[in-house]
Design a protein around this ligand. Structure first.
Ligand code: PMP
Length: 423
């Protein structure tokens, strides 16, 4: 049996694989990975943004190796873990949240589950607001706040969710409006949703500053600041899901929410922080974080291997000013894509190194998911890995490691122009 056949036999049907001929990656260095046939690819999806700073980074490997050499991969979170405390101090300071405390998990899903549990406990309400076209994970509460049918694995979530407009601008009812009018219309919708679908004592709103799985959808700057004013009237907590947008990836700001002029009550994070190691977490106002009165909720969250690795990643981002690199390389990527003339390209959007290309049937806005599949395969054939997403599966997502160079951006643009050109 081939590896694909063995995968299909023993793993769930819903564990989807990219590509008609799925890829097995066996090694990596910098922004390049090599598959089991020896073919090399430039990675412009960073393993779905799990890889913030590239592959085979000596500083991270050395930090993890030193931990392994101690003989301890992990003991228990019942004992003091120096690297966990240090990383928490660091993230609390970076968060801009006054009086912040941090709880570590092993994934973004767990981080959002924890944030939702904290908000519902703190407010003693299971009513929650979420954005249409959102993705926050697929455990029991997070699946409830994921506003995309393709990812809604279960409709039996314990939270009672109302969805609001704002995240996905290209196709929403307010698509034609100016930034200011769009924001005003969304604020009006938020008020109406609170008034008509909740009892007012809502626990929280959870939102991605730029929707990731939803297709790298960028709302107008300031939208969530305007939302926060409404939330404050009701005492509703605001959770910014920074799982994709954190650590400087959006270029302008260290956190995606920075573009909105508001400090959230909580932020959740994961993915890039570990550069492939399993780590996530929540940073929250102390009063909210300490809402739980029971014992801790993770055995592995904040283990030494993950926290020494994550600390090395944060050091690397700061030492190499990767936020500035994300801004510069992202602007070049966006400009290069906008220069590609194709009737299949409906929208090119993004911020920093989160750039999306929405593909449509020529002459209108009808989604073209089959074109997205063709671009995914066409770029692979040209030695480039990209992502796919969006409510209609018609968005190509580009998010290389934040160490990406100008030459690599040009190389990716060539491959993309070639793949889009052959549609
Ligand atoms: N939030 C967002 C915004 C995400 O993009 C993801 C993963 N795609 C998650 C949460 C869930 O993270 P994980 O897969 O680490 O559980």
């Amino acid at each position: 049996m081939t590896l694909i056949e063995r995968h299909r036999a023993v793993l769930p049907n819903w564990l989807a694989l990219y590509y008609a001929d799925p890829l097995e990656i066996v090694s990596g260095h910098g922004r390049r990975v090599t598959d089991s046939t020896g073919k090399s690819y430039l990675d412009f999806f960073a393993g779905i943004l799990t890889n913030a700073i590239g592959y085979d980074v000596a500083e991270v490997s050395d930090a993890v190796r030193k931990q392994l050499d101690s003989g301890i991969l992990h003991t228990s979170t019942l004992y003091l873990i120096r690297s966990q405390v240090e990383l928490a101090e660091r993230i609390a300071a970076l968060s801009g949240i006054p009086d912040a405390k941090v709880f570590f998990t092993n994934s973004g899903t767990e981080a959002n589950e924890t944030a939702l549990m904290l908000a519902t406990q703190h407010r003693r309400s299971n009513q929650v607001l979420a954005m249409r076209n959102s993705y926050h994970g697929r455990a029991f509460a997070t699946v409830g706040v994921t506003g995309n049918r393709g990812w809604s694995a279960s409709a039996l979530s314990p939270v009672r969710v109302s969805y609001v407009h704002g995240g996905y601008r290209y196709r929403g009812p307010f698509a034609a409006l100016s930034d200011a009018d769009y924001t005003a219309a969304c604020v009006e919708d938020l008020r109406e949703v609170i008034q008509t679908t909740t009892s007012g004592d809502v626990a929280c709103l959870i939102a991605e500053p730029i929707q990731g799985v939803g297709g790298f959808c960028v709302p107008p700057d300031g939208l969530y600041g305007a939302f926060a004013e409404v939330l404050a009237e009701y005492g509703i907590l605001f959770i910014s899901d920074e799982v994709q947008t954190g650590w400087g990836r959006t270029g302008e700001h260290f956190w995606g929410i920075g573009a909105h002029g508001v400090t959230p009550d909580m932020m959740t994070f994961a993915k890039g922080l570990g550069n492939g190691l399993a780590i996530g977490g929540v940073v929250a106002r102390a009063e909210v974080m300490d809402s739980l009165t029971a014992n801790s909720i993770s055995t592995f969250g904040g283990n030494p291997v993950a926290t020494v690795g994550a600390t090395a990643v944060l050091d690397y981002i700061a030492d190499h000013d990767l936020q500035a690199n994300a801004a510069e390389r992202g602007a070049a990527l966006l400009a290069g894509l906008r220069a590609i003339d194709s009737p299949w390209i409906g929208d090119v959007r993004g911020k920093g190194l989160m750039v999306g290309i929405e593909l449509v049937k020529p002459g209108g806005k009808e989604p073209a998911p089959e074109a997205a599949v063709a671009v995914l395969e066409g770029t692979r054939a040209r030695g480039l890995l990209v992502g796919k997403g969006g409510l209609h599966n018609n968005v190509i997502r580009l998010a290389p490691p934040m160490t990406v160079t100008a030459d690599e951006v040009d190389e990716a643009l060539d491959a993309l122009a070639g793949a889009v050109g052959s549609l």
